[in-house]
Design a protein around this ligand. Structure first.
Ligand SMILES: C[S@@+](CC[C@H](N)C(=O)[O-])C[C@H]1O[C@@H](n2cnc3c(N)ncnc32)[C@H](O)[C@@H]1O
Length: 453
Protein backbone atom coordinates (compact mmCIF):
# COMPACT_ATOMS: atom_id res chain seq x y z
CA UNK A 1 0.00 0.00 0.00
CA UNK A 2 1.50 3.35 -1.02
CA UNK A 3 1.61 6.40 1.24
CA UNK A 4 -1.80 8.03 1.62
CA UNK A 5 -1.48 11.68 0.76
CA UNK A 6 -5.05 12.67 1.30
CA UNK A 7 -8.13 11.50 3.12
CA UNK A 8 -10.14 10.96 -0.06
CA UNK A 9 -8.92 7.33 -0.12
CA UNK A 10 -11.41 6.74 2.68
CA UNK A 11 -14.39 8.05 0.77
CA UNK A 12 -14.83 4.68 -0.94
CA UNK A 13 -15.55 2.72 2.19
CA UNK A 14 -19.05 1.69 3.08
CA UNK A 15 -20.05 2.61 6.65
CA UNK A 16 -21.53 -0.83 7.23
CA UNK A 17 -19.23 -2.85 4.98
CA UNK A 18 -16.43 -5.33 5.66
CA UNK A 19 -13.59 -3.80 7.62
CA UNK A 20 -10.44 -5.77 6.86
CA UNK A 21 -8.97 -3.38 4.26
CA UNK A 22 -10.10 -0.35 6.21
CA UNK A 23 -8.28 -1.54 9.37
CA UNK A 24 -5.14 -2.08 7.34
CA UNK A 25 -5.37 1.33 5.74
CA UNK A 26 -6.04 3.12 9.04
CA UNK A 27 -3.30 1.21 10.84
CA UNK A 28 -0.67 2.05 8.26
CA UNK A 29 -1.39 5.72 7.78
CA UNK A 30 1.79 6.89 9.47
CA UNK A 31 2.49 10.63 9.54
CA UNK A 32 -0.13 12.78 7.89
CA UNK A 33 0.83 15.68 5.59
CA UNK A 34 -0.19 19.18 6.67
CA UNK A 35 -2.71 19.59 3.87
CA UNK A 36 -4.42 16.28 4.71
CA UNK A 37 -8.16 16.50 4.12
CA UNK A 38 -9.80 14.98 7.20
CA UNK A 39 -13.42 15.13 5.97
CA UNK A 40 -13.65 11.54 4.67
CA UNK A 41 -12.10 10.39 7.95
CA UNK A 42 -14.69 12.39 9.91
CA UNK A 43 -17.38 10.63 7.94
CA UNK A 44 -16.01 7.30 9.16
CA UNK A 45 -16.74 8.35 12.75
CA UNK A 46 -20.25 7.12 11.95
CA UNK A 47 -18.92 3.67 11.04
CA UNK A 48 -20.64 0.82 12.88
CA UNK A 49 -17.35 -0.75 14.00
CA UNK A 50 -15.88 0.76 17.16
CA UNK A 51 -12.45 -0.45 16.08
CA UNK A 52 -12.74 1.72 12.94
CA UNK A 53 -13.94 4.73 14.94
CA UNK A 54 -11.06 4.22 17.38
CA UNK A 55 -8.49 4.13 14.57
CA UNK A 56 -10.04 7.19 12.97
CA UNK A 57 -9.69 9.20 16.20
CA UNK A 58 -6.13 7.97 16.58
CA UNK A 59 -5.29 9.27 13.13
CA UNK A 60 -7.17 12.53 13.53
CA UNK A 61 -5.15 13.20 16.70
CA UNK A 62 -1.99 13.25 14.59
CA UNK A 63 -3.25 16.42 12.93
CA UNK A 64 -3.21 18.33 16.27
CA UNK A 65 -6.06 20.54 15.01
CA UNK A 66 -7.80 22.55 17.71
CA UNK A 67 -10.83 22.85 15.40
CA UNK A 68 -11.47 19.12 16.01
CA UNK A 69 -12.05 19.60 19.74
CA UNK A 70 -15.84 19.73 19.34
CA UNK A 71 -15.72 16.43 17.45
CA UNK A 72 -13.77 14.85 20.30
CA UNK A 73 -16.10 16.26 22.95
CA UNK A 74 -19.04 14.96 20.98
CA UNK A 75 -17.52 11.48 20.90
CA UNK A 76 -16.79 11.55 24.64
CA UNK A 77 -20.38 12.56 25.34
CA UNK A 78 -22.09 10.24 22.91
CA UNK A 79 -20.00 7.32 21.68
CA UNK A 80 -21.06 4.03 23.25
CA UNK A 81 -17.56 2.52 23.10
CA UNK A 82 -15.17 3.23 26.00
CA UNK A 83 -12.17 2.67 23.73
CA UNK A 84 -13.35 5.41 21.38
CA UNK A 85 -14.19 7.80 24.24
CA UNK A 86 -10.75 7.21 25.80
CA UNK A 87 -8.99 7.81 22.50
CA UNK A 88 -10.94 11.04 22.05
CA UNK A 89 -9.83 12.18 25.53
CA UNK A 90 -6.25 11.33 24.60
CA UNK A 91 -6.64 13.31 21.33
CA UNK A 92 -7.66 16.40 23.31
CA UNK A 93 -4.54 16.03 25.47
CA UNK A 94 -2.38 15.60 22.40
CA UNK A 95 -3.50 19.02 21.13
CA UNK A 96 -1.09 20.43 23.75
CA UNK A 97 -3.14 23.61 23.54
CA UNK A 98 -3.85 25.69 26.64
CA UNK A 99 -7.26 26.59 25.17
CA UNK A 100 -8.21 22.94 25.75
CA UNK A 101 -7.54 23.24 29.50
CA UNK A 102 -11.17 23.92 30.46
CA UNK A 103 -12.37 20.91 28.44
CA UNK A 104 -9.81 18.74 30.21
CA UNK A 105 -10.85 20.15 33.59
CA UNK A 106 -14.43 19.13 32.78
CA UNK A 107 -13.29 15.63 31.84
CA UNK A 108 -11.70 15.16 35.26
CA UNK A 109 -15.26 14.49 36.48
CA UNK A 110 -15.85 11.71 33.95
CA UNK A 111 -17.00 8.36 35.31
CA UNK A 112 -14.40 6.45 33.32
CA UNK A 113 -11.05 6.60 35.19
CA UNK A 114 -9.22 6.08 31.90
CA UNK A 115 -10.76 9.29 30.46
CA UNK A 116 -9.71 11.10 33.65
CA UNK A 117 -6.18 9.71 33.32
CA UNK A 118 -5.95 10.83 29.69
CA UNK A 119 -7.00 14.32 30.76
CA UNK A 120 -4.44 14.31 33.58
CA UNK A 121 -1.77 13.35 31.06
CA UNK A 122 -2.88 16.23 28.84
CA UNK A 123 -2.96 18.67 31.74
CA UNK A 124 0.49 17.71 32.98
CA UNK A 125 1.89 19.57 29.96
CA UNK A 126 0.70 22.73 31.75
CA UNK A 127 1.57 21.62 35.28
CA UNK A 128 3.32 24.90 36.07
CA UNK A 129 0.01 26.82 35.69
CA UNK A 130 -1.58 27.54 39.05
CA UNK A 131 -5.10 26.51 37.94
CA UNK A 132 -3.82 23.17 36.60
CA UNK A 133 -1.81 22.55 39.76
CA UNK A 134 -4.88 23.17 41.94
CA UNK A 135 -7.16 20.98 39.85
CA UNK A 136 -4.71 18.08 39.82
CA UNK A 137 -3.99 18.41 43.53
CA UNK A 138 -7.73 18.16 44.25
CA UNK A 139 -7.65 14.64 42.76
CA UNK A 140 -5.35 13.27 45.46
CA UNK A 141 -8.30 11.59 47.18
CA UNK A 142 -9.95 10.43 43.93
CA UNK A 143 -11.64 7.04 44.48
CA UNK A 144 -9.59 5.44 41.71
CA UNK A 145 -6.25 4.13 42.99
CA UNK A 146 -4.27 4.69 39.77
CA UNK A 147 -5.41 8.32 39.56
CA UNK A 148 -4.46 8.78 43.22
CA UNK A 149 -1.07 7.25 42.55
CA UNK A 150 -0.32 9.48 39.54
CA UNK A 151 -1.30 12.61 41.46
CA UNK A 152 0.59 11.60 44.60
CA UNK A 153 3.68 10.84 42.55
CA UNK A 154 3.45 14.22 40.78
CA UNK A 155 3.12 16.11 44.09
CA UNK A 156 5.47 13.75 45.96
CA UNK A 157 2.74 12.85 48.44
CA UNK A 158 3.55 9.12 48.52
CA UNK A 159 4.48 7.66 51.85
CA UNK A 160 7.11 5.36 50.38
CA UNK A 161 10.09 5.27 52.73
CA UNK A 162 12.82 7.71 51.75
CA UNK A 163 15.94 5.76 50.97
CA UNK A 164 19.12 6.60 52.88
CA UNK A 165 21.04 3.87 51.10
CA UNK A 166 24.31 5.29 49.83
CA UNK A 167 25.29 2.54 47.42
CA UNK A 168 22.49 0.42 46.05
CA UNK A 169 24.82 -2.33 44.87
CA UNK A 170 26.67 -2.80 48.18
CA UNK A 171 25.69 -4.70 51.33
CA UNK A 172 27.28 -5.03 54.80
CA UNK A 173 30.25 -7.41 54.88
CA UNK A 174 29.15 -8.93 58.21
CA UNK A 175 26.02 -10.27 56.54
CA UNK A 176 27.77 -11.84 53.59
CA UNK A 177 27.62 -15.64 53.63
CA UNK A 178 26.40 -15.64 57.22
CA UNK A 179 24.07 -18.28 58.66
CA UNK A 180 22.47 -17.18 61.91
CA UNK A 181 20.88 -19.74 64.17
CA UNK A 182 17.94 -18.41 66.19
CA UNK A 183 14.51 -16.89 65.88
CA UNK A 184 14.43 -14.78 62.73
CA UNK A 185 12.58 -12.00 64.60
CA UNK A 186 15.52 -11.59 66.99
CA UNK A 187 18.11 -11.74 64.23
CA UNK A 188 16.32 -9.20 62.08
CA UNK A 189 16.42 -6.63 64.89
CA UNK A 190 20.19 -6.51 64.32
CA UNK A 191 20.03 -6.15 60.57
CA UNK A 192 20.47 -2.62 59.15
CA UNK A 193 17.85 -0.94 56.96
CA UNK A 194 18.16 -1.48 53.21
CA UNK A 195 20.88 -4.09 53.32
CA UNK A 196 19.35 -6.92 51.27
CA UNK A 197 18.85 -7.12 47.49
CA UNK A 198 16.47 -10.07 47.27
CA UNK A 199 14.50 -12.30 49.65
CA UNK A 200 13.10 -15.67 48.69
CA UNK A 201 11.55 -17.88 51.31
CA UNK A 202 9.17 -20.64 52.13
CA UNK A 203 7.85 -20.07 55.64
CA UNK A 204 6.46 -22.79 57.91
CA UNK A 205 3.20 -24.22 56.55
CA UNK A 206 1.17 -23.29 59.65
CA UNK A 207 0.90 -26.54 61.61
CA UNK A 208 1.00 -28.86 58.61
CA UNK A 209 4.61 -29.96 59.17
CA UNK A 210 6.51 -30.93 62.25
CA UNK A 211 8.93 -28.04 62.62
CA UNK A 212 6.58 -25.39 64.04
CA UNK A 213 3.43 -25.09 66.11
CA UNK A 214 1.18 -22.07 66.43
CA UNK A 215 -1.73 -21.74 68.84
CA UNK A 216 -4.03 -20.51 66.09
CA UNK A 217 -4.05 -19.57 62.42
CA UNK A 218 -4.32 -15.90 63.45
CA UNK A 219 -1.18 -16.24 65.58
CA UNK A 220 0.58 -17.78 62.58
CA UNK A 221 -0.47 -14.92 60.28
CA UNK A 222 0.60 -12.34 62.90
CA UNK A 223 3.98 -14.04 63.13
CA UNK A 224 4.51 -13.94 59.35
CA UNK A 225 3.32 -10.33 59.24
CA UNK A 226 5.90 -9.30 61.81
CA UNK A 227 8.71 -11.07 59.93
CA UNK A 228 7.77 -9.71 56.51
CA UNK A 229 7.52 -6.14 57.87
CA UNK A 230 11.12 -6.50 58.89
CA UNK A 231 12.02 -8.02 55.53
CA UNK A 232 10.49 -4.90 53.98
CA UNK A 233 12.63 -2.65 56.18
CA UNK A 234 15.89 -4.45 55.37
CA UNK A 235 15.17 -4.62 51.63
CA UNK A 236 16.81 -2.09 49.33
CA UNK A 237 14.72 0.40 47.40
CA UNK A 238 12.62 -1.17 44.66
CA UNK A 239 13.96 -4.69 45.21
CA UNK A 240 12.08 -7.97 45.23
CA UNK A 241 10.57 -10.39 47.71
CA UNK A 242 9.38 -13.78 46.49
CA UNK A 243 7.19 -15.80 48.77
CA UNK A 244 6.57 -19.50 48.29
CA UNK A 245 3.48 -20.81 50.05
CA UNK A 246 0.41 -22.81 49.16
CA UNK A 247 -2.99 -23.55 50.63
CA UNK A 248 -2.69 -26.37 53.14
CA UNK A 249 -4.98 -29.03 54.53
CA UNK A 250 -5.18 -29.88 58.20
CA UNK A 251 -6.64 -33.41 58.27
CA UNK A 252 -10.01 -34.00 59.91
CA UNK A 253 -10.06 -34.93 63.58
CA UNK A 254 -12.63 -37.68 63.15
CA UNK A 255 -15.06 -39.17 60.63
CA UNK A 256 -17.85 -36.77 61.59
CA UNK A 257 -15.64 -33.73 60.80
CA UNK A 258 -14.20 -32.43 57.56
CA UNK A 259 -10.57 -31.57 56.95
CA UNK A 260 -9.77 -27.85 56.99
CA UNK A 261 -8.21 -25.91 54.10
CA UNK A 262 -6.18 -22.76 54.84
CA UNK A 263 -5.58 -20.43 51.85
CA UNK A 264 -2.23 -19.14 53.18
CA UNK A 265 -1.04 -17.12 50.13
CA UNK A 266 -4.38 -15.34 49.83
CA UNK A 267 -4.46 -14.46 53.53
CA UNK A 268 -0.88 -13.15 53.59
CA UNK A 269 -1.26 -11.11 50.40
CA UNK A 270 -3.33 -8.22 51.85
CA UNK A 271 -0.95 -7.96 54.81
CA UNK A 272 2.00 -7.60 52.44
CA UNK A 273 0.29 -4.89 50.42
CA UNK A 274 -0.57 -2.98 53.58
CA UNK A 275 3.03 -2.97 54.77
CA UNK A 276 4.34 -1.50 51.50
CA UNK A 277 5.01 -4.36 49.10
CA UNK A 278 3.74 -3.96 45.58
CA UNK A 279 2.27 -7.04 43.93
CA UNK A 280 4.17 -7.87 40.74
CA UNK A 281 3.45 -11.45 39.62
CA UNK A 282 2.08 -14.82 40.62
CA UNK A 283 4.26 -17.68 39.51
CA UNK A 284 2.91 -21.20 39.75
CA UNK A 285 5.39 -23.89 40.70
CA UNK A 286 3.84 -26.97 39.06
CA UNK A 287 4.91 -30.44 40.22
CA UNK A 288 4.18 -33.78 38.56
CA UNK A 289 0.77 -35.00 39.71
CA UNK A 290 2.28 -38.27 40.86
CA UNK A 291 4.27 -36.39 43.50
CA UNK A 292 1.10 -34.98 45.14
CA UNK A 293 -0.96 -36.73 47.80
CA UNK A 294 -3.85 -38.52 46.10
CA UNK A 295 -7.10 -36.84 47.19
CA UNK A 296 -9.50 -38.25 44.64
CA UNK A 297 -9.54 -41.98 45.34
CA UNK A 298 -13.10 -41.57 46.74
CA UNK A 299 -14.29 -39.47 43.82
CA UNK A 300 -12.86 -42.00 41.37
CA UNK A 301 -15.42 -44.46 42.75
CA UNK A 302 -18.53 -42.36 43.50
CA UNK A 303 -18.24 -39.60 40.81
CA UNK A 304 -20.79 -37.43 42.64
CA UNK A 305 -20.75 -33.63 42.30
CA UNK A 306 -19.55 -31.67 45.35
CA UNK A 307 -17.38 -34.59 46.39
CA UNK A 308 -14.67 -33.60 43.92
CA UNK A 309 -11.18 -32.97 45.35
CA UNK A 310 -8.34 -32.15 42.92
CA UNK A 311 -4.81 -33.27 43.72
CA UNK A 312 -2.84 -30.22 44.81
CA UNK A 313 0.26 -30.30 42.61
CA UNK A 314 1.09 -26.60 42.49
CA UNK A 315 2.52 -24.04 44.87
CA UNK A 316 2.43 -20.26 44.63
CA UNK A 317 5.53 -18.18 44.21
CA UNK A 318 4.19 -14.64 44.72
CA UNK A 319 6.42 -11.84 43.50
CA UNK A 320 6.47 -8.47 45.29
CA UNK A 321 8.58 -5.34 44.94
CA UNK A 322 9.32 -2.81 47.69
CA UNK A 323 7.06 0.06 46.72
CA UNK A 324 8.85 3.05 45.28
CA UNK A 325 8.29 5.81 42.73
CA UNK A 326 11.41 4.66 40.91
CA UNK A 327 11.16 2.45 37.85
CA UNK A 328 13.00 -0.86 37.56
CA UNK A 329 15.31 0.85 35.07
CA UNK A 330 16.60 2.96 37.95
CA UNK A 331 17.57 -0.19 39.87
CA UNK A 332 19.36 -1.62 36.83
CA UNK A 333 21.22 1.65 36.21
CA UNK A 334 22.82 1.50 39.66
CA UNK A 335 25.06 -1.36 38.46
CA UNK A 336 28.20 -1.22 36.30
CA UNK A 337 27.60 -2.25 32.72
CA UNK A 338 29.93 -5.20 33.29
CA UNK A 339 27.83 -6.59 36.17
CA UNK A 340 24.63 -6.13 34.17
CA UNK A 341 26.20 -7.93 31.22
CA UNK A 342 27.50 -10.79 33.37
CA UNK A 343 24.12 -11.15 35.10
CA UNK A 344 22.13 -11.50 31.88
CA UNK A 345 20.06 -14.66 31.60
CA UNK A 346 21.50 -16.70 28.79
CA UNK A 347 19.76 -19.37 26.70
CA UNK A 348 16.36 -20.77 27.56
CA UNK A 349 14.29 -19.09 30.22
CA UNK A 350 10.80 -19.44 31.69
CA UNK A 351 8.56 -17.46 29.35
CA UNK A 352 5.33 -18.15 31.25
CA UNK A 353 4.32 -17.99 34.90
CA UNK A 354 4.04 -21.78 35.11
CA UNK A 355 7.33 -23.32 36.12
CA UNK A 356 7.41 -27.10 35.93
CA UNK A 357 9.89 -28.30 38.52
CA UNK A 358 10.12 -31.69 40.25
CA UNK A 359 10.11 -31.57 44.05
CA UNK A 360 13.28 -32.50 45.94
CA UNK A 361 13.49 -34.74 49.01
CA UNK A 362 16.07 -34.37 51.73
CA UNK A 363 17.23 -36.85 54.37
CA UNK A 364 16.96 -34.26 57.20
CA UNK A 365 14.37 -31.66 56.19
CA UNK A 366 10.81 -32.47 55.14
CA UNK A 367 10.14 -29.49 52.86
CA UNK A 368 13.13 -28.28 50.89
CA UNK A 369 13.29 -26.06 47.82
CA UNK A 370 14.44 -27.73 44.62
CA UNK A 371 17.72 -26.01 43.73
CA UNK A 372 16.34 -25.41 40.21
CA UNK A 373 13.62 -23.18 41.69
CA UNK A 374 16.18 -21.16 43.67
CA UNK A 375 18.44 -20.84 40.63
CA UNK A 376 15.64 -19.35 38.56
CA UNK A 377 14.63 -16.90 41.29
CA UNK A 378 18.21 -15.73 41.80
CA UNK A 379 18.90 -15.34 38.08
CA UNK A 380 15.67 -13.47 37.32
CA UNK A 381 15.63 -11.20 40.36
CA UNK A 382 19.22 -10.34 41.34
CA UNK A 383 22.62 -9.32 40.00
CA UNK A 384 26.01 -10.90 40.55
CA UNK A 385 27.50 -9.78 43.86
CA UNK A 386 24.07 -9.06 45.41
CA UNK A 387 23.12 -10.16 48.93
CA UNK A 388 20.18 -12.60 48.92
CA UNK A 389 18.25 -13.57 52.03
CA UNK A 390 16.18 -16.53 53.22
CA UNK A 391 14.67 -15.92 56.69
CA UNK A 392 13.39 -19.52 56.93
CA UNK A 393 16.43 -21.20 55.49
CA UNK A 394 15.79 -24.84 56.48
CA UNK A 395 18.49 -26.90 54.78
CA UNK A 396 19.89 -23.78 53.08
CA UNK A 397 19.06 -24.58 49.45
CA UNK A 398 18.76 -20.88 48.61
CA UNK A 399 22.24 -20.26 50.02
CA UNK A 400 23.70 -23.08 47.96
CA UNK A 401 22.17 -21.62 44.85
CA UNK A 402 23.57 -18.17 45.75
CA UNK A 403 27.09 -19.62 45.96
CA UNK A 404 26.77 -21.30 42.57
CA UNK A 405 25.54 -18.08 40.96
CA UNK A 406 28.11 -15.75 42.55
CA UNK A 407 25.76 -13.97 44.91
CA UNK A 408 26.27 -13.63 48.69
CA UNK A 409 23.71 -15.24 50.98
CA UNK A 410 22.31 -14.35 54.39
CA UNK A 411 20.36 -17.15 56.07
CA UNK A 412 18.47 -17.46 59.34
CA UNK A 413 17.17 -20.74 60.73
CA UNK A 414 15.88 -21.57 64.17
CA UNK A 415 16.72 -25.26 64.48
CA UNK A 416 20.23 -26.52 65.12
CA UNK A 417 19.67 -29.76 63.23
CA UNK A 418 18.85 -27.77 60.07
CA UNK A 419 21.77 -25.41 60.53
CA UNK A 420 23.98 -28.52 60.76
CA UNK A 421 22.40 -29.68 57.51
CA UNK A 422 23.26 -26.32 55.91
CA UNK A 423 26.87 -26.80 57.01
CA UNK A 424 26.94 -30.29 55.58
CA UNK A 425 25.27 -29.09 52.38
CA UNK A 426 27.82 -26.34 51.85
CA UNK A 427 30.90 -28.23 52.95
CA UNK A 428 31.60 -29.45 49.42
CA UNK A 429 31.37 -25.94 48.03
CA UNK A 430 34.25 -23.94 46.58
CA UNK A 431 33.67 -21.12 49.10
CA UNK A 432 34.72 -23.22 52.09
CA UNK A 433 38.34 -23.02 50.99
CA UNK A 434 38.21 -19.29 50.21
CA UNK A 435 38.92 -17.15 53.29
CA UNK A 436 36.97 -14.17 51.94
CA UNK A 437 33.87 -16.14 51.10
CA UNK A 438 33.92 -18.86 53.77
CA UNK A 439 30.46 -19.13 55.42
CA UNK A 440 30.13 -17.92 59.02
CA UNK A 441 27.86 -20.02 61.27
CA UNK A 442 26.82 -17.88 64.26
CA UNK A 443 24.23 -17.71 66.97
CA UNK A 444 22.48 -14.40 67.59
CA UNK A 445 24.91 -13.27 70.33
CA UNK A 446 27.90 -14.03 68.17
CA UNK A 447 26.28 -12.18 65.28
CA UNK A 448 25.74 -9.14 67.50
CA UNK A 449 29.43 -9.17 68.51
CA UNK A 450 30.54 -9.38 64.89
CA UNK A 451 28.35 -6.37 64.03
CA UNK A 452 29.80 -4.32 66.93
CA UNK A 453 33.35 -5.06 65.76
C1 LIG B 1 9.46 -24.63 54.81
S1 LIG B 1 10.90 -24.68 55.75
C2 LIG B 1 12.10 -23.99 54.66
C3 LIG B 1 12.89 -25.00 53.88
C4 LIG B 1 13.93 -24.40 52.97
N1 LIG B 1 13.30 -23.62 51.93
C5 LIG B 1 14.86 -25.43 52.38
O1 LIG B 1 15.11 -25.39 51.15
O2 LIG B 1 15.35 -26.31 53.09
C6 LIG B 1 10.67 -23.47 56.98
C7 LIG B 1 11.79 -23.38 58.00
O3 LIG B 1 11.55 -22.26 58.84
C8 LIG B 1 12.14 -22.54 60.12
N2 LIG B 1 11.55 -21.63 61.12
C9 LIG B 1 10.31 -21.65 61.64
N3 LIG B 1 10.13 -20.65 62.52
C10 LIG B 1 11.28 -19.94 62.53
C11 LIG B 1 11.72 -18.78 63.22
N4 LIG B 1 10.92 -18.14 64.08
N5 LIG B 1 12.95 -18.33 62.98
C12 LIG B 1 13.78 -18.95 62.10
N6 LIG B 1 13.43 -20.07 61.43
C13 LIG B 1 12.20 -20.57 61.64
C14 LIG B 1 11.78 -24.00 60.32
O4 LIG B 1 12.65 -24.60 61.27
C15 LIG B 1 11.94 -24.57 58.90
O5 LIG B 1 13.20 -25.14 58.71
Amino acid sequence: MGEIKEGSAFGNFNLNGSNGDLYKLLNKLGRLPENFDEKPLLNLLNHQSDKVRFLVVKNLAKLSKFSLIETYINLINNDESSTVRREAASAIGRLRNSNAKQTMFNLLNDNDPEVVLQSIRGLLVFKKDEDVKNKLFSLKEHPNEIIQEVVKKEFKLNNNPISKDEDHTKSPNFMKNAVIQGDVRETLKLVPDESVHLTFTSPPYYNARDYSTYKSYQEYLDFLESVFKEVHRVTKEGRFFLLNTSPIIIPRVGRQYSSKRYPIPYDIHPLLIKMGWEFIDDIVWAKPEASAKNRNAGFLQHRKPLGYKPNACSECVMVYRKKTDKLIDWNIKQYDKKIVEESKIKGDYESSNIWNIDPTFDKTHSAVFPIELCNKVIKFYSFKGDLVFDPFAGSGTFGKSAINLNRFFFLTEQKKQYVDRIKENMSQSKIFSDNNLKPKFLNINEFEKVIKK
